[in-house]
Structures are given as structure tokens and as C-alpha cells.
Design a protein around this ligand. Structure first.
Ligand SMILES: O=P(O)(O)O[C@H]1O[C@H](CO)[C@@H](O)[C@H]1O
Length: 326
């Protein structure tokens, strides 16, 4: 509120470049002007290094594969052997998970003989975190030694051929937050992480996609595994019918509220990326009065719980393949 008697403005005083128009500018006020921190400066290299050292020293492990567990897919971290668990609150400078189905723990250990670390709980833009904060753990993974990022998510199926419970191997994305000018890389670039202008074609590693397809055949689930395009929206609202129609026209097969900024951050620092969506609900692209058409987080969680065994097997087998060729 403006404290001046001359002023009728009872709203919050805005600290813009122009200042509060009803107050005379003084030297002190100029220094109070709040300029938002560019995203890339939120977590400088040295801070990321400190977090990575904390994890590597605390676990005695230098992981090669990093796994991000999607909503309801926390069991991907439960299959890690000899786990060393770090609650996010206990990791210096780490955010906390606020979403149901995201426990908020980092699990470091081995899977199929490979050193791995898994985030049991990711950070989303709609939780109030800037994108650079959401994807900061990917840089921590990199400085821990991670070469491969496995990003998983729960997503709504827009492609009419997709059924609930299917898996979509991501081979591309449409970055809706990026269309609006938001990027985890916004701000000065630190070349120790990667280049100013990273290319994103070939972001999703083709060898890993092909291996996953082969694995799906040996598991007998190939008819419910697709290769498609994911799009991330800001959330937390699920999409309107008009938005879903627009996304479909753009070639999007599945929609969610995560993953893309993690992939951008991983590609910026030259990690190999494998990502998949578990289709937890079918998105309606026509108007109807059916309550069934409304997405709900309870449904998302229930489907993820039902399909967690299959997702765990796919991830374990792909890790085993990577380990075999290492
Ligand atoms: O992308 P993950 O974290 O799997 O979660 C998905 O599920 C939640 C909505 O039900 C959103 O957070 C959406 O992004």
C-alpha cells in the first residue's frame, strides 16, 4: 500500500522501473528497484557443484544414469539396489516437492549393475518454481557424473490411437512455455554447462528409442508402446477442448506439465536423453457433457500405480542394455 496521504492508491505499491507514480523519486528509491534475477543466475555453477559433491560424497557413488520419476511412478526409484536416500530438505539448496505422488527424495544406488540416481519427485512450473529451478537437478546429475537422463512422466493422450495405460516413447516435443518466451536457459550463459544456442533436433536419443522398442517386443507389450510427440503446458489446469484440438493440429500426441525443460537442460550439457510418457488419461478433443472427459490427478495416480511394474521393467531392461555396451 502507498503510505502517502496524498495518494488514493490502496493497492500494492509496484516497484517497477518507473516506480510508484504518486511518489517523488529519491536516490534511495532508485536503489530499491527490484529487477528479476535471470533464470540462469539462480543456481551458479559453484552451487550446483556443491550439491553434486554432497551427493557423491554422501553416497560414495558416481552415477552414470539419472532417472526422473513421473507422477505416481516413484517405484522406479524403489527398484534401486543398495539405496542411499537423501530427503530433498536435507540436501543443501534443494527445493521441496509439493505435489502428491512426488515423494521428495533422491535415491542413489545400483540398477542392473549400473550406478544410478533417481529423483522421486520432480519440480513443476505450476508449483511456483522458475523453470531453471525445476530443472536444476539435471545439472546436479551432470556434475555427479550422469551421462544418460531417463525422464518419465504421466501424460494425457491426445492421439486417438492411444489407450490409457499405453507408453509413448518421446521422440520430440513442442515447448509451449518456450513459445511464450520462458526457458530454463534464459539469462547469461555459463559455457561450463553448454553453448549459448543449443540445437534441439535429435534431442531424444534414437538408439535408446530403438532399444526400448526391442525391449517392448520381448516384454510382449509392443502393441501398447508408441513413439510420439509430447507437449508441456504450464498447468496446473488441465487443458480445454479448444487447446487440445490446437495441440493435436500441431502434431502433439501426449500432453503434460513437465519434462521439456529438463530435456532442454540435459541437452544443453550434452547428456543423452531417453524419455517416455505413461498415458494416464485420454484427452477429449470433442465437446460433450460426459464427466468421464475430465482429467483428474486421482485418475493419473491410479493408472500410474497400475502400470508401475511395466514401467519399472522397461527402465531396468534399458539400463541393463546400456550397462552391457558400456
Ligand atoms: O509430469 P508429471 O510430473 O509426471 O505429472 C503430470 O501429472 C500431473 C497432473 O496430474 C502434472 O504434474 C503432470 O505434469
Amino acid at each position: 500500500m502507498c503510505s502517502r496521504d496524498c495518494c488514493n492508491n490502496k493497492g500494492p505499491v509496484s516497484r517497477t522501473k518507473e516506480g510508484n507514480p504518486c511518489e517523488k523519486k529519491t536516490q534511495k528509491q532508485e536503489s530499491e528497484i527490484i529487477v528479476p534475477t535471470p533464470q540462469s543466475l539462480l543456481y551458479p555453477y559453484e552451487v550446483i557443484q556443491e550439491i553434486a559433491d554432497f551427493i557423491v560424497k554422501g553416497s560414495g557413488i558416481r552415477p552414470k544414469i539419472g532417472i526422473i520419476c513421473g507422477s505416481g511412478l516413484g517405484s522406479l526409484a524403489d527398484i534401486i539396489q543398495n539405496p542411499k536416500v537423501f530427503d530433498y530438505e536435507k540436501i543443501p539448496n534443494f527445493p521441496v516437492s509439493t505435489v502428491e505422488g512426488h515423494a521428495g527424495r533422491l535415491v542413489v544406488g545400483t540398477l542392473e549393475g549400473a550406478n544410478v540416481m533417481a529423483m522421486q519427485g520432480r519440480f513443476h512450473f505450476y508449483e511456483g518454481y522458475p523453470l531453471a529451478k525445476c530443472s536444476m537437478p539435471v545439472r546436479v546429475m551432470k556434475l555427479c557424473g550422469v551421462e544418460y537422463l531417463f525422464a518419465t512422466n504421466a501424460a494425457g493422450g491426445i492421439n486417438p490411437k492411444y489407450a490409457v495405460g499405453d507408453i509413448m516413447l518421446m521422440h520430440d516435443h513442442v515447448n509451449m512455455l518456450g513459445f511464450a518466451g520462458n526457458s530454463p536457459l534464459q539469462g547469461p550463459n555459463d559455457p561450463r554447462f553448454g553453448p549459448r544456442f543449443p540445437a534441439l533436433v535429435n534431442s531424444y536419443n534414437k538408439d535408446l528409442i530403438n532399444k526400448a522398442i526391442e525391449i517392448s517386443k520381448t516384454m510382449g507389450i509392443e502393441s501398447s508402446v508408441h513413439v510420439g510427440v509430447y507437449s508441456c503446458l504450464g498447468g496446473p489446469t488441465y487443458e480445454t477442448i479448444a487447446e487440445l484440438k490446437a495441440l493435436r493440429m500441431m502434431g502433439v500426441d501426449a500432453v503434460g506439465m513437465s519434462t521439456v525443460h529438463e530435456v532442454i537442460t540435459a541437452r544443453h550439457c550434452d547428456m543423452k536423453v531417453f524419455a517416455f510418457s505413461l498415458i494416464t488419461n485420454k484427452c477429449a478433443t470433442e465437446y460433450s457433457d460426459k464427466k468421464d472427459d475430465e482429467a483428474s490427478h486421482d485418475e493419473v495416480m491410479a493408472v500410474a500405480k497400475n502400470r508401475q511394474k511395466t514401467c519399472c521393467e522397461l527402465v531396468s531392461r534399458l539400463v541393463a542394455e546400456i550397462q552391457k555396451t558400456a
